[in-house]
Unconditional design. Sequence first.
Length: 645
Amino acid sequence: MSNYKEILKRYWGYDDFRGVQQQIIESIGLGRDTLGLMPTGGGKSLTFQVPAMALEGVCIVVTPLIALMKDQVHHLHQKGILAAAVYSGMQHDDILRVLENCILGRTKFLYVSPERLSSELFVTKLRHMRVSFITVDEAHCISQWGYDFRPSYLEIAKIRTLLPDVPVLALTATATPQVVEDICAKLSSPNSSTSNTTPTRDTSFSVFRMSFERKNLTYLVKNATDKLQELIHTFTHTSGSAIVYVRSRRRARELAQELCNAGLSASFYHAGLEHEVKDQRQRDWQNDRTRIIVATNAFGMGIDKPDVRLVMHYDCPDSIEAYFQEAGRAGRDGLPAQAILLYNNSDNTKLTKRIDDTFPPKEEIRQVYEHLAYFFQIATGDGFGVTREFNIDMFCQRFHHFPVRVHSALQILQRAGYIEYDAAPDQQTRVRFLLERQDLYQLENLTDNEDRLIVTLLRNYGGLFADFGYIDEALISQQCGLRPIELLEVFKSLSNKHIIQYIPHRQVPTIHYLQRRDDPEHLQFSADIYEHRLEQYRQRILAMLNYMQDTDHCRSRLLLEYFGETNTHDCGQCDICLDRQNNTIASQLSSSASEAILQLLSDGHRHHLTELHRLSFPTEAIDAALRQLLAEEQIHHNDGFITHP
């Protein structure tokens, strides 16, 4: 349609599309199932936002990131575009209102977390919506061969059976050729003859690839015996915003402290921090009040800071996909940036160990399953439908397990269909009044902030006298004019006065039994669930090791070829390319120095070695030339003198 550029200019202020954006937009606009492969920072959002504005109905956007949903809804509202989001933790009435607005045509974009797709309320209301198309962000999450497979993404295929004529736009920044085929197969239309379960090529999808090459991003691997000192040295001699990725929460905290001790501006971030703390640290970093954020992989997705100059990996990721996505958060503004991976010999052992930690022996998985039943006191034949909070540290202490291996065992049990394991459910703040409404008006000695909070709760939420209600602390904070830390103190004060019952935001793992408890020896783990996945993971680890240890091939070329690109070339700026250039220059200088030495000796006289310093070549070039000429017996050396034979 001819008005795509007009929409682009009107709402986003750009004159033209870039890369494969226009091809993707035109394809989904014509009602074709479409897959877009675009690098991080390649402008994925525009590929669904622009055509959705040109089509009738609501565009459903499936994404796993609640923070990203809220951020995009906010930005769309600023442009005067109707948008809303549905995710876990929202109150039933709020979800119902959002879905009804979609039915009535009052919403252009509906962002949905994959877990909400299977809810009875969503499915019921979906049947009455006019849907323009479905966008699947982070589409690699639907592939069992992908590095970040999420079972909840399989619900998207079920939604397609309800909307068989509605096209799908799948978007990802990290997909190997095998994963691309699997995405197309899993998301294929129910009208397609291709099976949804067989990872074979599905020609019903139009696939558009934008090269993953990042010409402004320099990839470097540094062999560092002392990684901390290498970090400090690098940050001391560079400037600009930076991210340091680590594997553990403890390392994030300790490393940030070490950087601060070295006089650098640093903070840390991981999933276990309080919601308000994470928000504050993210804002401080994005607004350049903090230069360096040391983080686990919980940080980054959905974070759109264009001027990150440096991404450093202190710990090695377990896949090229994870590394490429995290490194790609540098230099989104198109200006020069660096992605540095610190590596030493201990990383070989650590990466190899992850294979066994991620896929513990089947007997160990069966033992975890049995100990889980003891932990929850669930008898054989019982447990179906039971959901319990799971304290993994207490479990490991009681039954002498390692947390990493328990986490992996539970994920395998989930894939096998025995349990549902939610390692980090995002449970919003819950509040209920302990007094009747009329009693509130008789309260005395309330502070202004306490009175303001009570009024704000009554204005925004109904039913808090009957039961707990989920509340949005950011909204309450804004309306009360209180900073998050101040709001927390008021909540605690009202709770201590027995006016409200307050359950703060928290993330507590849960386990839900999908089947009755069985004897461990009866558990079945098919090859697709265990052996095939184990081999796939082993290959990803080996690919990561190869990337770090390779000293012959361009870093950028290695990454691009991993993702199936064939038209690759040396970048000329990674550590391998720079070493090669330096070696070439050194070789040329050495060759020229050899010619000069032979010219000097052409007079047939003996010349002292000190005379060579008068030649206009670096000392290294002279030394290399001498070694080569002596080895080839083109010159002789005796008592500090050289001669031509």
